[in-house]
Design a protein around this ligand. Structure first.
Ligand code: GN1
Ligand code: MG
Length: 368
């Protein structure tokens, strides 16, 4: 098996015991590998970076190296003052000293340490879990804000620039394949109608950025529930994982993405649409954790656009899943046909629920 072969190219002591696909993540191929020596064991993640998504994998790894080196130092410096041991995975170098290795077909592989005795969840487990997710995002935003944005490559141009996703949808809609898929499904037609009704709100964050009200800062890019590790022993958040999309952006992309993910108790891959809604109590818990651990990092302008961010990033993900469904599933991995359309419907249902709770969400933002 190729993953087993690639796992042995990294600087890990001992002999390979198993390497299993984890099945999580919508973009990269991820495996968990176990190596053993006569007295210890090491578990780590082995990943094949998606070439459909990341066109410059070396830059992704350079960003990751810069971010992890900087953050590890900061976590150590602050260690004795903090209420817990904050963690961040480390890149395991290949045997030749590089931070990736390339297989015979040109795919990039990397190895990343696993955060031990901690778990991540695809959907929220409790209000305490929501608070801890907010705490982790707030903590890392505070530390990430000290990174020099000029040192970070934009590894995914257009990522979270919502008007560009809409333009891509419009382009895909011109293709024969998309027209056929649309014509054969009333559900797809309704998704498109919903998106069409929201065209006016698509550039709300980009416009605020252009007016200088919101500024570029280092962001995580993908702070969904599944990317936040919770310590099994204490129940506290301990780490944020998946550093592929750390890059300059608006922190609203992160806040919106984290809240759309955490506040939908059904999770984003459910097929039970009736269970999907935006839970504003969970939103309050996330924001409380965020506020305490970011140490009041948000400005008034940041708070002003919080509702828009939650609504927009949810709508954006609906557009992204829907576009990929129409294009023949070229970006997000699927486990069954039609999954990207199902995912788009979940985000639309969530968007409707966010709209219905606009006053509550606005009040929570004002109270921050
Ligand atoms: C993708 O691969 P994964 O699961 O980490 C995507 C995010 C989406 C997310 C939705 C680089 O993340 O933007 O919000 O799926 N990542 C990329 O689950 O496009
Ligand atoms: Mg990701």
């Amino acid at each position: 098996m190729q993953a087993a072969f690639m796992a042995q190219r990294f600087q890990v002591a001992g002999r390979l015991v198993t390497v299993d696909a984890t099945g999580s993540g919508n973009v990269n191929e991820t495996f968990q590998a176990i190596f053993r020596t006569v007295y210890s064991e090491e578990r780590f993640f082995l990943q094949r970076i998606s070439p459909n998504v990341f066109k410059e994998p070396e830059r992704v790894m350079e960003n990751m190296l810069y971010v992890t080196s900087f953050v590890h130092q900061r976590l150590e410096d602050e260690g004795s003052f903090s209420d817990r041991i904050w963690q961040l995975p480390r890149i395991i170098p290949a045997k030749d000293g590089k931070y990736f290795t390339i297989d015979g077909d040109g795919y990039y592989w990397r190895a990343i340490t696993a955060i031990a005795s901690a778990s991540s969840y695809n959907s929220i487990q409790s209000p305490e879990h929501a608070y801890e997710i907010g705490a982790v995002l707030g903590h890392f935003h505070r530390i990430f804000s000290e990174l020099d944005v000029n040192h970070l490559y934009d590894t995914l141009p257009g990522f979270h620039i919502t008007p560009q996703y809409l333009a891509q949808l419009d382009q895909v809609l011109q293709t024969t394949e998309a027209k056929e898929r649309l014509a054969s499904s009333a559900v797809a037609g309704n998704v498109l109608k919903f998106i069409d009704r929201h065209r006016d709100s698509i550039s709300v964050l980009e416009d605020a950025k252009a007016r200088g009200e919101l500024i570029l800062r280092p962001i995580h890019g993908d702070p969904k529930t599944a990317n936040i590790m919770i310590d099994d022993a204490t129940g506290k958040g301990t780490s944020i994982i998946d550093l592929d999309t750390v890059k300059p952006g608006l922190i609203h992309y992160d806040l919106g993405d984290c809240l759309r993910s955490c506040c939908n108790p059904a999770g984003e891959d459910t097929t039970e649409l009736s269970n999907v809604f935006f839970d504003s109590d969970l939103c309050e818990a996330v924001l409380l954790g965020y506020k305490e651990h970011s140490r009041n990092f948000l400005t008034d302008a940041d708070k002003e656009y919080l509702y828009d961010a939650i609504h927009l990033i949810t709508l954006e993900l609906a557009i992204r899943f829907f576009t990929d469904y129409l294009a023949g599933d070229v970006y997000f991995k699927i486990r069954h046909a039609g999954q990207n359309l199902e995912r788009a419907r979940v985000q639309i249902k969530l968007c409707q629920s966010i709209e219905a709770r606009r006053p509550q969400i606005k009040r929570l933002a004002e109270a921050l």
